[in-house]
Ligand binder design. Structure first.
Ligand SMILES: [Zn+2]
Length: 498
């Protein structure tokens, strides 16, 4: 932060304080085995200080702190070595485990270090662990760290919607790690996860009013839910207050994540109203970005300043966009997408306009069969936004837990809701299941539940806007209506065609 402050202001008293502290760490630790901090985070700071000052000891100390993990130097805090990321040397680990925030801050430091030293083995190892996280340990909202116990990663595919821990700081740490991998590799899949995490897991942490926060971000809350003596709603503050200030510094730095220049190409990673300007190809390439993203998925880029030579503009095509369309000065552009980016290379002219339409329409998302906790359910997404159903939006007299979605067409509509504000709701056809009542075990020998004959509508709201009203039930993953009431499968259709 001090380095960023220094970059913004050309030096500050705070930067001098940070440097004195880092110099103290170098004096006490560099070249020794005097122990390690139980909570990785200093690694990224040391590399950033090296970048700012060029002083090699900061980089060497970051390297030492990374390489010394996994050798039992931290000791036993009572939570075990995995919790502290001290269970394996970094170069031997191929999975993420232990305390999620610690693990992800360490990964961000590892990528920073690999980037500055050119250590391809270190970088490749971090990318392998990122794939482990994304393929089996990440919620639909981008949130990570599924276990309350130890605030930790769970087993592969252990992703319960109701008991997901999903600390807000873990979303932020994941965002920081993916950003570094994006810069190191240029692969848009890292920006895709950043976007998913930003608009969903991270954005949901803050209330619409901006004065209350979630520490834990589950994907389901039942009507009778309690955390201790409380119903698990956002709070104004926490005794362990890591998340609210972490949210603030992330909001304050969002502009730095929008774009990056590499060689003679300007990469646009994320979309929002902005003016982007950079030096390349012997001049300045500047453009205005106009969009109502994420509500609308149309992005207009108007070039305002150009360098004298030809150069490239790389526009990320979001992974969710199945049919993106691009116009350059009203003429269609063939969308050849590489590593998640459409690259247009030309001699730009002031006034050139690129229009991108990523076609955000509501869609159903199905979970991997390996996620036992989600079997038989479906979620709704629209563009980069994950949706959830809150009790407040469902038909009067129907319990959210008794609604089951029919796969089929979804409809979206704009709305303004007191307490929530402007939004886009999505409606799906659903069945009302009979209420679960009566004594005895909640198990039986048959599949007795038959949905009601009359279809009802289930209404979904963006997940980031949940819990701004009555504190009632919410769920992201909604049961699918009985298979018998679904349309014929594609296999049956093929038989009929034959
Ligand atoms: Zn936190």
């Amino acid at each position: 932060m001090a380095a960023q402050r220094s970059q913004g202001t050309g030096g500050s008293a705070l930067f001098a304080v940070a440097r004195r502290f880092a110099d103290h760490l170098v004096k006490e630790h560099l070249g020794t085995h005097n122990g390690l901090d139980g909570h990785p985070i200093v690694e990224t700071a040391l590399v950033e200080l090296y970048r700012e000052t060029g002083d090699d000891p900061y980089l060497r100390l970051a390297s030492q702190f990374v390489e010394q993990r996994g050798h039992g130097l931290i000791g036993d805090s009572g939570f075990g070595s995995r919790y502290l990321q001290d269970h394996l040397p970094v170069r031997e680990a191929n999975q993420l485990s232990g305390h999620a925030v610690r693990a992800l801050y360490l990964e961000a430091g590892i990528v920073d270090l690999a980037t500055e030293t050119g250590d391809t083995e270190l970088l490749a190892g971090s990318a392998v662990r990122w794939e482990d996280m994304v393929s089996a340990k990440t919620c639909l909202t981008g949130s990570v760290g599924s276990r309350h116990s130890g605030e930790s990663f769970g087993d592969r595919f252990e992703l319960p919607p109701d008991r997901a821990y999903n600390e807000t700081c873990a979303s932020i740490a994941s965002f920081q790690w993916s950003w570094r991998l994006l810069l190191a590799t240029g692969d848009g899949k890292y920006a895709d996860l950043m976007e998913r995490t930003l608009y969903n897991g991270f954005a949901a942490a803050t209330s619409t009013e901006g004065d209350q926060f979630f520490y834990v971000n589950p994907l389901q809350r039942r009507a009778d839910h309690l955390e201790g003596d409380e119903p698990g709603r956002r709070r104004r503050w926490y005794s362990c207050a890591c998340c609210p200030p972490n949210i603030m510094r992330t909001f304050a730095s969002l502009e730095y994540y929008l774009a990056a220049a590499s060689g003679d190409i300007l990469h646009l990673h994320h979309f929002t109203g902005a003016q982007v300007s950079t030096s390349l190809a012997g001049g300045v390439l500047a453009l205005d970005m106009v969009t109502d993203y994420p509500w609308s998925s149309t992005v207009t880029l108007r070039v305002t300043a150009v360098p004298p030579a030809e150069c490239g503009l790389a526009i990320r095509v979001p992974g969710w966009s199945s049919n993106p369309k691009f116009l350059l000065n009203d003429a269609p552009v063939a969308a050849t997408v590489q590593h998640g980016y459409l690259v247009i290379r030309r001699r730009w002219q002031p006034g050139d306009v690129i229009t991108c339409d990523f076609a955000a329409v509501p869609r159903l998302t199905y979970p991997s069969r390996r996620i036992d906790a989600l079997r038989g359910t479906v979620a709704i997404e629209r563009g980069p936004l994950v949706y959830c159903a809150e009790q407040a939006d469902q038909p009067a007299g129907l319990d959210l837990e008794d609604l089951a979605v029919h796969p089929g067409e979804l409809r979206d509509r704009e709305a303004t809701i007191p307490g929530v504000g402007a939004t886009v709701l999505v409606e799906a056809s659903a069945a009302a299941l009979p209420p679960v009542t009566g004594p005895g075990l909640p198990y039986g020998s048959g599949h007795a539940e038959q949905p009601g004959e009359d279809p009802v509508i289930v209404t979904a709201i963006p997940y980031f806007q949940w819990d701004n009203r009555d504190g009632a039930a919410m769920r992201v993953w909604i049961p699918l209506a009985d298979v018998a009431s679904q349309p014929p499968s594609s296999a049956q259709t093929a038989e009929q065609t034959d």
